[in-house]
Design a protein around this ligand. Structure first.
Ligand code: ACO
Length: 325
C-alpha cells in the first residue's frame, strides 16, 4: 500500500454558451430587472459566465472534464476505482450523479458517490479521496466538481442571478510513494444554514418550498474572509509549512474582493492568486478544479508547485487543502 496520494492529471469543461454581463443585463432588463456590467464588475469581479443548455446535466459536464483529466494523467476509465462528484445540482434526486457519470464513462463496479458541501464540495471531496487512498480503500480516483447552478437561480433576483455559472472540473488522484496531498482542514457550522440555501425539496409528487437559491450576501462575505484565512493557516501548520511555501493560492471563485482579502491576510502577493471568477462566475463545487485546470493548462502552475486550495460556501462549510503538484 502506498502512503500518499497525488494529482496526476487535471481537466475541466465549460458549456459553450458564454454570457457577458452586458448580455445578461439586457436579458434581465427584458424581465424588468435592472443591473449593469459596472455594478457586477465593481462588486464581484465577474465579467462573464457560461450557462448549460436546458438538456445538459452536471454529469454531462463532468464527463468532458473527466475525459480531459484522464488524458492528462495518461489513464483510461477502466483504471479508475473510485469516483466522487461534488455537486449541489445533481442530475436526479437519486441515484447519484457519480453513478450516472460512471456509466457515461463506460465503466462499472468501482465505488461512486456524490458529496454535498456546496462551494466547499471539491475541497471536501479531495480530502475524502485522499483518506480513502491512504487507507487502501482506493488506488486511483476521479475527483470531480460539477454544477449547473443556472437551474436554481431566480432570474428576478438581481442580487444572486448575476453571480453564478455552470461548469465542471476534475482531477485524477492516485496512490503515490511521494507526498502530493500534504494536509487539509475541513469545517461546517450548521447554525448558518439560512444565509445560503435552496430551501425547496421534492415531496408528495411536487416541489415543496422555494427551489431557488437564497443568499444573504453580506453575511456570507463577512464569514468567508475570516474562515478562509484560518483554514489556510491551520492547514499550513498541520503540514509544517509556512505562507512562504505557497506558490499558488486557488480559493473558491465567488468574489474577487474575498479572494484578494484572503491573499492579503496571508501576506501573499497578488500574482500568486489564481483568478478565473472574471470568466466563469461562481461555479460552486466546480470553481476550484476549474481554476486549477485553467492555470495548469495556461502554463502558470507547473509540476512540483505547492498549491493551497480553499473552499467556502453553503452549510456553512469551509476548508483548505495544501498539496505538491
Ligand atoms: N445590479 C445592480 N444593483 C444591485 C445588484 C445587481 N446585480 N444586486 C444588488 N444590487 C443593489 C442592492 O439592491 C443594493 O441597493 P440599495 O443600496 O439601493 O439597497 C446595493 O446594490 C448594494 O447591495 P449589497 O447586497 O449591499 O451589495 P454588496 O456590496 O454586499 O455586494 C455581493 C453583494 C456581491 C453578493 C456580496 O455581498 C458578495 O459577494 N457576497 C459573498 C457571496 C459569496 O461569496 N458567496 C460564496 C458562496 S456561494 C455558495 O456557497 C453557493
Amino acid at each position: 500500500m502506498k502512503p500518499y496520494s497525488r494529482i496526476t492529471g487535471t481537466g475541466s469543461y465549460l458549456p459553450p454558451r458564454r454570457v457577458t454581463n452586458a448580455e445578461l443585463a439586457t436579458e434581465l432588463a427584458g424581465r424588468g430587472v435592472e443591473t449593469s456590467d459596472t455594478w457586477i464588475v465593481e462588486r464581484t469581479g465577474i465579467r462573464a459566465r457560461h450557462f448549460a443548455a436546458p438538456e445538459v446535466t452536471s454529469s454531462d459536464l463532468a464527463l468532458h472534464a473527466c475525459r480531459h483529466a484522464l488524458e492528462a494523467a495518461g489513464r483510461t476509465p477502466q483504471e479508475i476505482d473510485l469516483i466522487i462528484v461534488a455537486t449541489s445540482t445533481p442530475d436526479m434526486v437519486f441515484p447519484s450523479s457519480a453513478c450516472i457519470l460512471q456509466h457515461k464513462l463506460g465503466i462499472a463496479g468501482c465505488a461512486a458517490f456524490d458529496l454535498q458541501a456546496v462551494c466547499t464540495g471539491f475541497v471536501y471531496a479531495i480530502t475524502v479521496a485522499d483518506a480513502m487512498i491512504r487507507s487502501g480503500t482506493a488506488t486511483r480516483a476521479l475527483v470531480v466538481g460539477a454544477e449547473v447552478f443556472s437551474r436554481i437561480l431566480d432570474f428576478s433576483d438581481r442580487s444572486t442571478c448575476v453571480l453564478f455559472g455552470d461548469g465542471a472540473g476534475a482531477v485524477v488522484l492516485e496512490a503515490s510513494d511521494t507526498p502530493g496531498i500534504l494536509a487539509s482542514d475541513l469545517h461546517a457550522d450548521g447554525s448558518q444554514v439560512g444565509i445560503l440555501c435552496v430551501p425547496g425539496t421534492v415531496s408528495g409528487g411536487k416541489v415543496l418550498g422555494d427551489p431557488f437559491l437564497k443568499m444573504d450576501g453580506q453575511a456570507v462575505f463577512k464569514l468567508a474572509v475570516g474562515v478562509l484565512e484560518s483554514a489556510a493557516r491551520t492547514t499550513l501548520a498541520k503540514a509544517g509549512r509556512t505562507e512562504a511555501d505557497i506558490d499558488w493560492l486557488i480559493p473558491h471563485q465567488a468574489n474577487i474582493r474575498i479572494m484578494q482579502g484572503t491573499a492579503k491576510r496571508l501576506k501573499l502577493p497578488m500574482h500568486k492568486l489564481v483568478v478565473t471568477v472574471d470568466q466563469h462566475g461562481n461555479t460552486s463545487a466546480a470553481s476550484v478544479p476549474l481554476a486549477l485546470d485553467a492555470a495548469v493548462r495556461g502554463g502558470q502552475i507547473r509540476k512540483g508547485d505547492t498549491l493551497m486550495l480553499e473552499g467556502v460556501g453553503g452549510g456553512f462549510t469551509w476548508g483548505a487543502v495544501l498539496l505538491d503538484l
